[in-house]
Design a binder for this molecule. Structure first.
Ligand code: KG4
Ligand code: ZN
Length: 342
């Protein structure tokens, strides 16, 4: 008999649900993105996001069950993100999960969104299974976090590095806004950077003797460069804006990639880990993936891009390991927008 878990994710602007068998076998993964809705405002408006989750959640759940070939009544447990994230968005998913758990009489498993990003790797590499060889060095880089976590075993983490100001994803989003690109910024910066010659360079915030990060100075440096080159606040006449934006976007991306990959590799060596695990929207970035693999002497596990950004399957995969440890969550659990990991 296999264990089937339904995972629900609504922490930000993706309404998502997925079904996973035995913590690694992905049966379905349905994601309804609100990107177009938030593009008009250049960022996520919390109330708009919550209301869109209310609208999309039932159809997404029905599709996730249908794609898996099973019914909701066949699930062994319901896993759901209860933090960190936007309170109103989290509440929609958590309440739906409670209703399913209560009506079907199956366990509710509350999952930390950041831990879910780590477990996306279990979906991509079934050979990780129960014993991947611990400790592992984990990078979770998303819109709200840039965390280096030492994973000492399933469910056991130590936070050894984090951003002291903007998260990497937030920095990508702000940089894109400075350069007049769309939302979300990460994929846009990656796209326009292609073909850059590398003639522009931005500083790196190395923050000596710590594994912590800082990205807000880089954003300011980019803003000054964009003003100098005449593309901010809007391109001046006679400037070759497309070329300048391409070079500045690439310079920004290279600075972020250089600092993150170098700190992750030094953490892996400091803590004598057995391997590296990447997760979170920013780890969908092709330059970051390429550079970490190039610099790492150890095996690197990276989910495909669609599992790096928010999804329900990663929550189901993470929930499976909690379920196996008997960690059932009480039905009166509240959301925790600032929930830490490690
Ligand atoms: O993990 P995620 O989907 O949601 C959060 O938990 O925040 O991450 C979203 C973030 C956004 O800031 C987005 O710009 C960034 O991930 N992102 C990327 C790429 N794809 C998404 N950043 C850089 N390169 C990408 N290809
Ligand atoms: Zn996320």
């Amino acid at each position: 008999m296999t264990t089937k878990i339904l995972g629900i994710e609504t922490s930000c602007d993706e309404t998502a649900a997925g079904v996973v068998e035995d913590g690694h076998n992905l049966l379905s993964n349905v994601i309804s993105s609100q990107t177009d809705l938030h593009a008009a405002t250049g960022g996520v408006v919390p109330e708009v996001a919550s209301r869109q989750h209310i609208h999309d959640l039932v159809p997404v759940l029905e599709q996730a069950a249908a794609d898996s070939g099973y019914g909701l009544e066949d699930m062994d447990a319901i896993a759901v993100t209860y933090g960190p994230g936007l309170a109103g968005s989290l509440i929609t998913g958590l309440n739906a999960a409670k209703a399913i758990s209560y009506s079907l009489g199956i366990p509710l498993i509350g999952v930390n969104h950041l831990e879910g990003h780590i477990y996306a790797s279990w979906l991509a590499h079934s050979d990780l299974a129960d014993d991947p060889g611990f400790p592992l060095a984990c990078l979770v880089a998303s819109g709200g976090h840039t965390d280096l976590l030492l994973m000492e075993g399933h469910g056991r983490y130590k936070l050894v590095g984090r951003s002291r100001d903007d998260a990497a994803g937030e920095a990508f989003d702000k940089a894109a806004r400075i350069l007049g690109l769309g939302f979300p910024g990460g994929p846009e910066i990656q796209r326009v950077s292609q073909g850059a010659t590398g003639e522009e360079r931005l500083p790196r915030a190395w923050m000596k003797d710590t594994l912590d990060f800082s990205f807000s100075g880089l954003k300011t440096a980019l803003l000054h460069m964009a003003q100098d080159r005449g593309v901010y606040p809007s391109p001046q006449e006679g400037t070759d804006a497309a070329r300048l934006v391409r070079e500045m976007a690439a310079a920004f991306q290279e600075s972020v990639v250089d600092v993150i990959s170098s700190k992750l590799i030094s953490m892996a060596s400091d803590y004598k880990v057995k391997g590296l695990v990447l997760g979170g929207g920013v780890t969908a970035n092709s330059r970051l993936r390429e550079e970490i693999v190039r610099r790492s002497p150890l095996p690197v596990v990276i989910p495909p891009p669609v599992l790096c950004t928010d999804n329900g399957a990663m929550i189901a995969a993470c929930g499976y390991f909690q379920f196996k440890r008997g960690e059932e969550t009480a039905l009166d659990i509240d959301v925790d927008p600032g929930l830490p990991l490690g």
